[in-house]
Structure formats: structure tokens, C-alpha cells
Design a protein around this ligand. Structure first.
Ligand SMILES: C[S@@+](CC[C@H](N)C(=O)[O-])C[C@H]1O[C@@H](n2cnc3c(N)ncnc32)[C@H](O)[C@@H]1O
Length: 231
């Protein structure tokens, strides 16, 4: 069981995400819980403003340390479970499957979704956070990054996927440092294209050998950097 607390200014962005498919099943069966917190509830002025102009001038607005830190502290205290805190930022550590695997072992994760120019720098001095980026590009906010993290972590929580082998053989997973092999399903032939004969013969040893070779071949052609990383 893993608990996510998501701090955001736009909780409604998560509505469809949380109410569909595997994620909804995982929540209903108690394998994970997701709690959305609107940071605006910790605003202190009558306009409920969470952001202010940057000192020194320039474009954009900055999320106020005086609202964000009390919000994090209040959320932390909602349960006694120890939480790791992730702050989404394009400047953070690059997210990957290895980090997803590490996070899947945690009891509780607090996810901080920035907006505008991001958080006042002093948030990271007052609260121990890990800054995480989902790639070298800039989003409007951390909500999409939070969904990426939640979805990739929850696949690794035991019992969430119907077949526990599904994630073990996925590309990048630590059990399989290669890309996943190619997959085929019915019909056997479509517009003149068949499927590799070996997949139809029911010989599990030969199928496993073909899949391994196919994974290696795909990795060498699509992502040779992954093979270099293993040397
Ligand atoms: C417009 S961005 C701020 C960008 C910031 N001024 C910079 O250049 O580093 C607003 C928020 O979106 C989120 N965000 C944007 N790009 C992201 C990325 N690649 N990975 C994770 N979060 C991102 C962060 O939470 C960030 O605080």
C-alpha cells in the first residue's frame, strides 16, 4: 500500500486520471491511495493568492514560501506515515524506471506541483525535498509530471497489474535492462503480414529464446545507448 499526497493549485486536472482503468481499480482495492490538496487553502490573504511578483523584477509569478511550507507541514501531519517529498522541476534529477522502482518501495510520497515560475527558492532550504524532472522540456505545471510518476510507480506495486510478470519484462525495468520484445496478437495474418512462426509453435523455451534475441536486436537498433550503459 502506498499513499500519495499531491499538492497542486489545480486538483481538477486529476479527475479523469483517477477515475479510469487500472488506477481506479488499484484505489478501490486499497493498493494505493491518492489525496489531492489544493494549496490555495493555505493562502493567507483575502484573495487567496498563492503567488507573488519576483523580487528583482522580471516576468512571471513565484509560489510563496509562506503558503507552501505551512501547506507541506500540514499535509505531512495528516498521518504518522513517514513521507518522502518530491518537488517537480525541470531542473531536477531526471526521472527514469530505476527511480520509479525505488519510489515504489516507499510507504508515502508527497508530490509538489509547481506553477508559474515555480516555488520560492527558500522552500528547498526549509523542507527536505528531492527535485525531479520528467525531461528536458518545460511544462506549465507539475500536474502532468505527478501523473507520470504516479502511473509508473503504481504499476510496480505488487498486485496492481493483473499479471505480476507484466512489469518485470517491461523496457528499462531492472529485471530486464533491454527494451521489451515485439508483441503480436490475432489475426495471424493482416494485409499479407504474418507473425514470427516461433510464437505459434507452443515451445516455451524457443519462444523465450526468440524474445530475448528480439529484445537485444531492438535495443541495438532503437536505443544503442542502453547497451553502452551496461558495459
Ligand atoms: C513553467 S514551470 C517553471 C520553469 C522554471 N522557470 C524553470 O525554467 O526552471 C512551472 C512548474 O511546472 C513544473 N514543471 C515544468 N517542467 C517540468 C519538467 N520537465 N519536469 C517536472 N516538472 C516540470 C514544475 O513544477 C515547475 O515549477
Amino acid at each position: 500500500m502506498i499513499r500519495f499526497d499531491v499538492l497542486t493549485l489545480f486538483p481538477a486536472i486529476f479527475d479523469g486520471f483517477l477515475s479510469e482503468s487500472i488506477l481506479e481499480d488499484a484505489i478501490n482495492s486499497g493498493k494505493l491511495s491518492i489525496h489531492l490538496h489544493n494549496m490555495r487553502n493555505w493562502a493567507t490573504d483575502k484573495h487567496a493568492s498563492m503567488d507573488d511578483r519576483p523580487f528583482g523584477g522580471g516576468p512571471g509569478m513565484v509560489l510563496k514560501v509562506s503558503c507552501v511550507v505551512p501547506c507541506i507541514e500540514a499535509v505531512q501531519q495528516m498521518t504518522t506515515q513517514k513521507a518522502d517529498i518530491i518537488m517537480f522541476s525541470p531542473q531536477g534529477k531526471k526521472y527514469n524506471q530505476k527511480l520509479a522502482e525505488q519510489l515504489a518501495t516507499k510507504e508515502r510520497l508527497i508530490l509538489l506541483c509547481g506553477r508559474y515560475e515555480g516555488f520560492d527558492e527558500r522552500v528547498t532550504e526549509l523542507v527536505e525535498v528531492e527535485e525531479v524532472s520528467i525531461g528536458d522540456y518545460v511544462l506549465n505545471g507539475g500536474e502532468v509530471a505527478a501523473m507520470v510518476l504516479i502511473e509508473s510507480v503504481m504499476r510496480l506495486v505488487p498486485g496492481v497489474l493483473g499479471d505480476c510478470d507484466s512489469s518485470r519484462f517491461d523496457s528499462f525495468s531492472s529485471g530486464n535492462r533491454l527494451l521489451d520484445c515485439g508483441h503480436y496478437t490475432r489475426p495471424r495474418e493482416f494485409r499479407g503480414l504474418g507473425v514470427p512462426e516461433v510464437l505459434l509453435n507452443g515451445n516455451h523455451a524457443e519462444i523465450a529464446k526468440w524474445r530475448e534475441a528480439n529484445s537485444l536486436q531492438r535495443t541495438a537498433s532503437k536505443r544503442p545507448d542502453l547497451l553502452e550503459d551496461q558495459n
